[in-house]
Design a protein around this ligand. Sequence first.
Ligand code: SF4
Length: 711
Amino acid sequence: MKTTTRVCNLCEAMCGLTVEHSAEEIHRIQANTQDVFSAGAYCPKSQGLADLYYDPDRIRRPLKRQGDEFVEITWDEAFTSITRKTKELQRQHGTSTIATYLGNPNSHHFGNLLALPFFLRSLRTRNKYSATSVDQLPHMLAAYLMFGHQMLIPIADVERTEYMLILGANPTVSNGSLLSGAGLSSRIKSISKRGGKVVVIDPRYTETAAVATEHHFIKPGTDAYFLAAIVQRLLVTPRLRHLETMVTGLGDLTNLINSLPLENIQTMTGISQEVVQNISEDLLRFDRAVCYGRVGVSTQRFGGVCQWLINTINILTGNLDREGGALFTRPAVDIVNLMAKSGSCGSFDRRRSRVRNLPEFSGELPAATLADEILTPGKGQVHGLFTIAGNPVLSLPNGPKLETALASLDLYVAIDFYRNETTRFAHYILPPVSPLERDHFDLVFNAFALRNQVRFSPRLIDPPGDSYDDWGILIELCSRLSASGNRLARWRQRAMARLLLRLGSRFVLDLALRIGPYRKQRMSLKKIAANPNGIDLGPLTPCLPGRLFTKHKMIELCPPPFVAAWTDLCTSSLQQSSGDRLVLVGRRSLKSNNSWMHNCPSLNKSRNQCYALLNTEDAFARGITDGTKIELSTDIGSITLPAKVSDKIMRGVVSVPHGWGHHRKGIKLSLASSTPGVSLNDILDDQAIDEFCGNAALVGQAVTVNRVDRS
Ligand code: SF4
């Protein structure tokens, strides 16, 4: 029996764990109190690491579809057939007839992240999609347009701030997002304990609101107006401090923001002028203040504008790149610099999607239009798909439409270890090993962490000899698919893939560490491995203007694309609850993150987490009480689930968690199927989108709510 330290990869918090294990058994998973980053914080989801390893439903050998069934095949058979069919389709319809979809878990696997650029290059497709465009795209776009790099996302300095304004985020439950810091709940509580203030703006009185100083309900989808009203007030006496010489476009921004009359802010958002005034004053009164907004504000019709305005608030209060405000990280593997060196700072609107004319971001098209690209005939139609660690049937709006699209594909390859709501349509499923059977290193989330630090988690259990990790699968496919381009290009691609296979992902990671910002401290994989609790690299520190990637090394306050989006905002009439209809928002629970976690015994023991939360008055008007079965209907479809009645949600709003709906035929998730829940995305409209940036507008869609016996 051994005890090994490990960083949990199941969410962005990156908690340090200790795992008691033998060669093939996991005995106990606990918090690592000595971990340099999390110091003993963790959550119940950590037990999912063992559940995943033992899960009898986890696929361990490649599968091939035969009629309605799947049969096991060898890895070589799988790679050979997939390569042949991919090439056939590309010869017939062009290279972009094969699309790719990357799910969120890719960000948690350094092997995937290192291999994906090679794999995508070997496919040479322009049809690339990912969960980014149903999630954090607005953050990345704002970073790209304002600071010149899509990954230069400012991190709220929760540890040192005196005032935190939180919108559309519930870090007490999610444990932080684009804000990696284990134990965020107690860190947020500490702000008020040290005399500061935490203000939560949310249509729901969330678990974070419960530990905040103040909470205000906001009508879903109206955050851009609220943020604009704050910016209008800050522009009266902006306090740029050290940023004075680093910003450009202040005059243009002032003219633009003042062009929108916001006297009726209460009617528009539900938040009074007085509250807006007080918050604006507090943002300037506190020396160290920060505004942080996450998925609830990103996934709405003006989500792009929201993230631009949030950065603007932090700039106009002089709190960007300042202790206690919003700072940039300096991780041991500096993905910002590595991407810049390879010319990947970002891109926006270089081309448009074929069917709906939506803009690309960083080479990807909006995922909400993937089904259109598969179902709409014509030149450029998608006939083949690779999904990698994603479950878009449950993650993308209008799941049923995507199901129809997936069923029509000529080739669908899923790299996944579950037969889930999406992968059940696959022709081939290639399963990587489980997390504890491979090395782990946080390439992405260290770039969004509250503190600079570095940790490496070697694999704990040796995987079976004939298995592949994600890196191996992608590089192997790459070596076989590299048959496009001229002969020299083909040879180069294949030689590179073979070399990478021989060197392994550890070699590439070590190289990235050795050339990173801590090279003078002789940073290497060996050095990190010798420190099982990790190496602390210090607090976040100011780094501008040196870290800016904009043309003139200035922060762009008023980038032209946002001007166009602003015009849209000014002329828009938002969909509001009216008459019988309520508006939808999502919800997160502590024991759920991604859909596959619902198959973990340790996380699926408690009461049903998939229920609709609605306000007491709305419920009363419809004869609904706790536990009543209700039907939620939109033009897309309807779902039936139990109701929970509460005053902790705004009138006119109904909240449903996402990631459920495991009742579908053909999946093999035994435990999840016994408590299936329903998928919120079965009723969300895929046409509802932030047209400006292409991010899905999941928040604020109108829905009819009825008791089942009355519908
Ligand atoms: S908070 Fe996230 S990283 Fe920490 S133990 Fe839970 S799932 Fe793992």
